[in-house]
Design a protein around this ligand. Structure first.
Ligand code: NAD
Length: 294
């Protein structure tokens, strides 16, 4: 048994995770803090074990915890003892902490986006925000936006049912945020001029070029956030920047979800700038990854 904080033993459970940046961020931060650090990839494709067996194995081996990614963020819920407020709100878990024989589920994607926003777009107006994409990440972002004080959240997804379900979920979460699904983005922007737009669709990824929003609809007064982080400067952000909009790249959410997870694993504060430097190192020529999982 380790004494609190002396080791970091953690891992990432998911599929197609070979190029994830998360292990490197945790390893470098752990080592910089003088911990004995080991971060393992529990790739369900390679291990061909069901999720419960992977969790059991990690817990039995004395792991501090696990990060959980596609396609297990919802499947993991019934395997846990307790959920944080954020994980309950989102209905998905990306971080599991093992403590005293119990399993605690957290959603650090939510905090990750919120913290990235607070630091990257301080003082940005947020009365009305347009969210594009209501998939796995979009759900966490929507709740983060509600927590950031967004009063009106308009949600567009090509899958209208998803947008509707998320709008209901967010609105039911508290009186502060009125979320509605929208189908006519152009009409909404012309009529209501949202303060900002967040892209939580995969559009703009290196392997999925383009934009979910017609860039002709951008207004210089809007801020524009993208959670896609490969490339960091998506077509949407490039167009927004050229127009004079304030922009927020996807690296903030990716780094801060790991910052919070490190704290949950070790009980120690992580250094965000150090974790960001590890994250950024992947973008050096020759190190690039197109992986969609963090
Ligand atoms: P997902 O497949 O679960 O959801 C994507 C959603 O976008 C779907 O509901 C889909 O219908 C919708 N969509 C697709 N094209 C659209 C369009 N043109 N207009 C409107 N809606 C559209 O994917 P996900 O897990 O939510 O991930 C989305 C993106 O976010 C990926 O590129 C992923 O890499 C990125 N991501 C980033 C972070 C981060 O920390 N920065 C974290 C998680 C995911």
């Amino acid at each position: 048994m380790h004494k609190g904080g002396e080791i970091l033993l953690a891992g990432l459970v998911g599929r197609g995770i070979a190029l994830s940046r998360t292990p490197a961020m945790h390893m470098a931060e752990g080592e910089a803090q003088g911990l004995h650090a080991a971060y393992r990839l529990l790739d369900a494709d390679r291990l061909s074990q069901p999720l419960p067996a992977l969790l059991d194995a990690a817990e039995m081996m004395g792991f501090n915890g696990l990060n959980v990614t596609y396609p297990f963020k919802i499947d993991v819920l019934p395997l846990l003892d307790e959920l944080s407020v954020n994980a309950s709100a989102v209905g998905a878990v990306n971080t599991v902490a093992f403590r005293n024989g119990r399993r605690f589920g957290h959603n650090t994607d939510l905090w990750g986006f919120a913290e990235g926003f607070r630091r990257g777009l301080p003082d940005a107006a947020r009365d009305h925000v347009l969210l594009l994409g209501a998939g796995g990440a979009g759900v966490a972002v929507a709740h983060a936006l509600a927590g950031l004080g967004v009063a009106q959240l308009s949600i567009f997804d090509t899958d209208a049912q998803r947008a509707g379900a998320l709008a209901e979920q967010v609105s039911a979460g508290g009186p502060g945020c009125d979320a509605v699904a929208v189908s006519d983005v152009a009409g909404l922007i012309r009529a209501a001029r949202p303060d900002g737009v967040v892209n939580a669709t995969p559009m703009g990824m290196a392997k999925l070029p383009g934009t979910a929003l017609d860039i002709g609809l951008l207004q210089p007064s809007m801020w524009v956030a993208d959670i896609v982080y490969f490339p960091l400067e998506t077509e949407l952000l490039r167009a927004a920047r050229a127009l004079g909009c304030r922009v927020l790249p996807g690296s903030g959410m990716a780094v801060f979800q790991a910052v919070r997870a490190f704290e949950l694993f070790t009980g120690r504060a992580a250094d965000p700038s150090r974790m960001k430097a590890t994250f950024d190192a992947f973008d050096r020529p020759g190190d690039a990854t197109q992986d969609t999982k963090i």
